[in-house]
Design a protein around this ligand. Structure first.
Ligand code: C2E
Ligand code: MG
Ligand code: MG
Ligand code: MG
Length: 280
């Protein structure tokens, strides 16, 4: 009977799996033409200095305007881009687009403005491609390495191989800073923090969400902030949605906040407008 049930379940699930696989194949195919067809768009979300309320930085977040499906989330297409190798060209596009924007914002808003770009683990671990090419591109725009921050995730540092260490050294040589994204979600080992040169910790929004005085997430956030500062890192809290969360984080000494309370991610032109309204 167990065998029969197993078979039934199998035949029941197969079509759904096929649909999902087919869907992924179609999306991957569409992804191949998306760069040329200019279907990608970079959105920017402000990162706010909590003490002054000023926008010091922005995170670049990619959007895919699919002609039939509308906006496809990076959570859906980045994994496909990684699996197909398209992530390399997409990542280069994100970097260049971000660099051109940060050039404008450094001129018009603040000379130390920074834009952070996300790099997925596979993207970061590529053997080819070196950050000196990025540095040359920045130099061609008259920008120092410090105008860009690369966001990577903890998992990369846990089983850091030679490629990962080497990439981190290249970044440091170029003056490009590094942020640890989604901090606190995965791992209990923190020893990599003293091993590698990291500039920012981004507290994951799962901590921010449940912040309340005397809550366990408050205790954890407090501890992360104290530890980060002792190690010389700055802290950015993700997913700040309420004034209460902002105030608790500010009181705990958190340096920066990012989230819907301040603004949702928006197209570059709209970000220009936001910066104009908020002159430094
Ligand atoms: P992430 O790097 O952790 O980015 C933060 C995500 O949280 C963004 O989702 C942002 O829109 C969302 N968010 C910001 N504030 C709030 C808030 O207050 N509440 C809530 N609920 N969410 C908030 P998004 O734009 O959908 O991006 C999802 C993920 O896709 C990113 O997570 C990042 O891992 C990846 N991603 C985005 N752009 C790129 C890219 O250019 N390259 C790579 N490799 N990955 C990217
Ligand atoms: Mg990020
Ligand atoms: Mg994040
Ligand atoms: Mg996150």
């Amino acid at each position: 009977a167990a065998k029969g049930a197993g078979r039934n379940r199998y035949s029941y699930f197969t079509p759904t799996l096929q649909v999902a696989a087919l869907n992924r194949m179609r999306l991957t195919n569409d992804l191949r033409g998306a760069l040329k067809a200019e279907q990608f768009e970079l959105y920017f979300q402000p990162i706010v200095h909590l003490k002054s309320g000023r926008i010091h930085k922005a995170e670049a977040l990619i959007r895919w305007n699919h002609p039939q499906r509308g906006v496809v989330s990076p959570l859906e297409f980045i994994p496909l881009a990684e699996a197909s190798g398209l992530i390399v060209d997409i990542g280069e596009w994100v970097f260049r687009e971000s660099a051109r924007c940060v050039q404008r914002w450094r001129q018009q808003h603040h000379p130390e403005f920074q834009v952070s770009v996300n790099q997925s683990p596979l993207e970061f671990q590529r053997e080819d491609g070196a950050y000196d090419a990025w540095l040359r591109y920045l130099q061609s725009l008259n920008l120092p390495g410090q105008s860009v921050v690369v966001e990577i995730t903890e998992g990369l540092l846990l089983d850091a191989n030679a490629t990962v260490s080497n990439k981190l050294l290249q970044l440091r040589d170029a003056g490009i800073q590094v942020a640890l994204d989604d901090f606190g979600t995965g791992y209990s080992s923190l020893s990599y923090l003293k091993k590698f040169d990291i500039d920012y910790l981004k507290i994951d929004r799962s901590f921010t969400r449940n912040l309340a005085p005397d809550s366990s997430d408050m205790a954890l956030s407090d501890a992360i902030i104290v530890m980060a500062h002792k190690l010389g890192l700055r802290v950015i809290a993700e997913g700040v949605e309420t004034p209460e969360q902002r105030d608790l984080l500010a009181a705990a000494g958190c340096d920066y906040g990012q989230g819907y309370l301040f603004a949702r991610p928006m197209p570059a032109e709209q970000f220009d407008e936001l910066l104009r309204q908020q002159a430094v």
